[in-house]
Write a new protein. Structure first.
Length: 357
């Protein structure tokens, strides 16, 4: 789950600026002489032979970005989409780049925007994840907890706000863009009715390796971080790593974070031998210094939250008061002081747990 930013055009503009800024850093397209294909809901950018990064075209809400790994005889999808409808659209659009069957799906973590598509896959498709993901989907009542709860609550309000913006907008291009956004949000609300939390069919604890023809695919649990069961998909020959939300190109949702361990897990990530990061949200990037920058953001946030908590401030007050603007050069989505309340609440909870041990 990323920090969702569809509420206002201003926030959207900041998000787009953030992406553009990181795009410059990422030096896309890729060394493999990248090409792309655009389907109805997904656009595929070629990153290496048989490896594509799939992002939304905007016609529907798709959730996290996916990586498509085309092997000699079959295909692996990294993450399953935000709804069953998104997963079906991905299966349809993926035919633009290959006629091989999807045989493997990896859930990088349990958040609904990476797993809610699980229910559409046939029984011969293995859905693989770290073992915590199966526990979380079966036992945590994921449709009545964060991060789904806030999305579900806010979506009708966002739809009303978009309707208002459409009727206020005079410029035809901006109006068309808003109408597209509105249709995608209305579709998402409808598509949420179909959600059936569906656990992975195959789990591992620390490491799993698949050898498919010439392709070696490693699934690695490097430690707790964004959640308690994040998988990194590592292609050692292609020097590519898919990081889910453990490391996005921007600030990640923190409501299930295990914060000090997250920093250590990112240190383990940096030790892998890769050139390209394909994150769960945002844009691909090549520079490990962005990972260091995110570690530094997390450290700074933890220090500030610990101090304000010590002073007796509530999570609500702390979420308004923390000031991470010094990290803005690396994470342009930081508009001013403050941080996501759900992340700060989780940090309080984490510090309580630590203190009681
Ligand atoms: Zn997430």
């Amino acid at each position: 789950m990323n920090v969702r930013m569809r509420a206002t055009p201003l926030i959207l503009a900041v998000a787009i600026a953030a992406c553009l800024s990181l795009q410059a850093r990422a030096q896309m397209p890729d060394a493999a002489g990248g090409s792309s294909a655009t389907g109805k809901a997904y656009k595929f950018d070629k990153i290496a032979d048989g490896v594509y990064y799939a992002t939304a075209t905007g016609t529907m809400v798709t959730g996290g970005n996916n990586t498509v790994i085309v092997n000699n005889h079959d295909v692996m999808l990294v993450d399953a989409g935000i709804t069953p409808a998104a997963a079906r659209a991905l299966l349809e659009d993926v035919k633009l780049i290959t006629d091989k069957p999807v045989r493997w799906v990896v859930n990088t973590h349990f958040h609904y925007d990476h797993t809610a598509g699980n229910s559409v896959f046939e029984p011969d498709v293995e859905i693989i994840a770290q073992e915590y993901v199966r526990h979380a989907i079966l036992d945590l009542d994921v449709l009545h907890r964060e991060p789904f709860k806030t999305t579900q609550t806010n979506l009708p309000k966002q739809i009303e706000s978009l309707k208002q913006q459409v009727s206020d907008e005079k410029g035809p291009d901006k109006r068309a863009a808003l109408e597209k956004q509105l249709a995608a949000a209305q579709g998402e609300l409808e598509q949420f009715k179909e959600l059936v939390p569906t656990p992975p069919t195959l789990t591992y604890s620390a490491k799993m390796a698949l050898f498919r023809g010439q392709r070696e695919i490693q699934l690695l649990f490097l430690g707790r971080g964004h959640t308690q069961g994040d998988t990194v998909v590592f292609l050692p020959k292609e020097r590519i790593v898919c990081t889910g939300d453990l490391m996005e190109s921007r600030l990640a949702y923190m409501g299930d974070g295990v914060f000090d361990e997250w920093i250590n897990t990112l240190e383990a990530l940096k030790k892998l031998d890769f050139d390209t990061v394909l994150p769960g949200h945002g844009v691909p990037f090549h520079d490990k210094s962005l990972i260091t920058a995110y570690q530094s953001y997390l450290k700074d946030l933890m220090t500030q939250v610990a101090r304000l908590r010590q002073q007796g401030l509530t999570p609500e007050e702390t979420a308004q008061k923390v000031d991470l603007t010094s990290h803005r050069a690396d994470f342009p989505q930081i508009e001013g002081p403050g941080a996501d309340l759900r992340g700060v609440r989780r940090m309080y909870q984490w510090m309580d747990e630590q203190a009681s041990q």
